[in-house]
Ligand binder design. Structure first.
Ligand SMILES: NC(=O)c1ccc[n+]([C@@H]2O[C@H](COP(=O)([O-])OP(=O)(O)OC[C@H]3O[C@@H](n4cnc5c(N)ncnc54)[C@H](OP(=O)(O)O)[C@@H]3O)[C@@H](O)[C@H]2O)c1
Length: 333
C-alpha cells in the first residue's frame, strides 16, 4: 500500500479502525476480527486504532492477541478520557440515561489510564496516545503536560487529540508537539475542512479521519434502519433515524453513481475522496470483515478524476446531527 507519514513513521495510507469489532456496532466475532487484524498486516495496513472506551477494554484485549505475535509490525494508537459508568454496557443505555459519558483529562486520570491500556494491550509502549475528547473542566495545557510526561517515561511515543477544535490544537501544540488529530471526516461530515485540517497541515500534524465511510452509510450496504440490529448504536444516530435516513439516501446515490462509472465500490470512492483532501490525511475505516478490509485497502489504488470530484461536490449537508444531541457538546472541544 502507498505510505503516509505520522510523526517520523511511515504507515499504510489506509489504517484500520477496530472499534466495531467490540463496540457500538452489532455483529462482532472475535475469531473473524483476529483474521482481519492479521490480514491487515499482510497487506500493509499497519496503523491500528483502538481506545480504552471500546467495550470497556475488550477491544484492547482483542488487539493484544494479534500484537503478541506481531508487535513490531503495528503502529498502534489508543485513547483515554471518555469515562462512563461501567454498569452501562451499551450505547443505548448511555443515550437513554441522557449523559453519554464524562470526559476526564486530569493528570491523575491520564496516568492511571496509560498503565491500564499498556497492560491490556500487552505492550511496552503505545505509539500514538490520544486524548479522546477535550475535557471542558481541565485546561488542555494541563492534560497535554501530563501526556508529555508519559513520553519521557517511554510509555508512549507520540501524542494525539481527538475531536479538538483548532484553538485547542494550537494551545496543545504550544505545550508539546501534537503528532495527530483524529476527528470525524467524510463525504457527509466536513466540519473540520476549513479550520482544523489546514491548521494540521501548517503545524506538520497528521489528520486522521474517523468514520470515513459515514459509519457504513456511504457504502450503500445499509439500505434501511432494519439492516441494523436492535443494539446497534447507529439506531441512536440522528442521521440514521426517522425520515433523515431516507433523505440521506440521496447522498449514497451520488457516491454510487461515481462508483458505477469507475467500476469500483462506493466505499472505495468514499475513501479515495478522503485521501484526495490532503497528503496529511490517514483515514481509519472500520471493519470486522475480511472482504471489506480488502476492498478498503484496494481504495488506495483509486485516483478520482476531476469529473468524479465535481460530482461528489454536489453532495449536500446531510439531514441530522452526527451524534445524538447529548453527545454533541463533547465534540469539537
Ligand atoms: N475518535 C473518536 O471519537 C472515534 C469515533 C468513532 C470511530 N472512531 C474510530 O474510527 C474507526 C472507523 O470509524 P467507524 O467504524 O465508526 O465508521 P466507518 O469506518 O465509517 O464505517 C464502519 C462501518 O462500515 C462498514 N464497512 C467497512 N468497510 C466496508 C466496505 N468496504 N463495504 C461495506 N461496508 C463496509 C463496517 O461494517 P462491518 O463492521 O460489518 O465490517 C461498519 O459497519 C473506528 O473503528 C474507531 O477506531 C473514533
Amino acid at each position: 500500500m502507498k505510505q503516509r507519514t505520522i510523526g517520523s513513521v511511515q504507515v499504510g495510507e489506509i489504517g484500520l479502525g477496530c472499534m466495531g469489532m467490540s463496540f457500538a456496532y452489532s455483529g462482532g466475532n472475535d475469531e473473524e476480527s483476529l483474521q482481519v487484524l492479521h490480514r491487515a498486516l499482510d497487506l500493509g495496513c499497519n496503523f491500528w486504532d483502538t481506545a480504552d472506551l471500546y467495550g470497556a477494554g475488550k477491544n484492547e484485549l482483542l488487539l493484544a492477541l494479534a500484537l503478541k505475535e506481531r508487535r513490531s509490525d503495528v503502529f498502534l494508537a489508543t485513547k483515554f478520557a471518555n469515562v462512563y459508568d461501567r454498569t452501562m454496557t451499551s450505547h443505548q443505555d448511555l443515550v437513554e440515561k441522557g449523559v453519554p459519558y464524562i470526559v476526564d483529562g486530569t493528570p491523575e486520570y491520564i496516568r492511571k489510564c496509560v498503565d491500564q491500556s499498556l497492560r491490556r494491550l500487552g505492550v511496552e509502549q503505545i505509539d500514538l496516545y490520544y486524548q479522546h475528547r477535550v475535557d471542558p473542566r481541565t485546561p488542555i495545557e494541563e492534560s497535554v503536560g501530563a501526556m508529555a510526561e508519559l513520553l519521557k517515561e517511554g510509555k508512549v511515543k507520540y501524542l494525539g487529540l481527538s475531536e479538538a477544535k483548532e484553538s485547542s490544537v494550537r494551545r496543545a501544540h504550544a505545550v508539546h508537539p501534537i503528532t495527530a488529530v483524529q476527528s470525524e471526516f467524510s463525504l457527509w461530515t466536513r466540519d473540520f475542512e476549513h479550520d482544523v485540517i489546514p491548521a494540521c497541515k501548517e503545524l506538520g500534524i497528521a489528520f486522521v479521519p474517523y468514520s470515513p465511510l459515514g459509519r457504513g452509510f456511504l457504502t450503500g450496504q445499509i439500505k434501511s434502519i432494519d439492516d441494523l440490529a436492535a443494539d446497534d448504536w447507529r439506531r441512536m444516530n440522528p442521521r440514521f433515524t426517522g425520515e433523515n435516513f431516507d433523505l440521506n439516501l440521496k447522498i449514497v446515490e451520488i457516491v454510487q453513481a461515481v462508483a458505477d462509472r469507475r467500476q469500483v465500490q462506493p466505499s472505495q470512492v468514499a475513501l479515495a475522496w478522503v485521501l484526495a483532501q490532503g497528503d496529511h490525511l490517514v483515514p481509519i475505516p472500520g471493519t470486522k470483515k475480511l472482504k471489506y478490509l480488502e476492498e478498503n485497502i484496494a481504495a488506495s489504488e483509486l485516483v478520482l478524476t476531476e469529473e468524479d470530484l465535481s460530482d461528489l461536490a454536489k453532495i449536500q449537508t446531510p439531514f441530522g446531527l452526527r451524534y445524538p444531541e447529548a453527545s454533541m457538546s463533547l465534540v469539537a472541544g
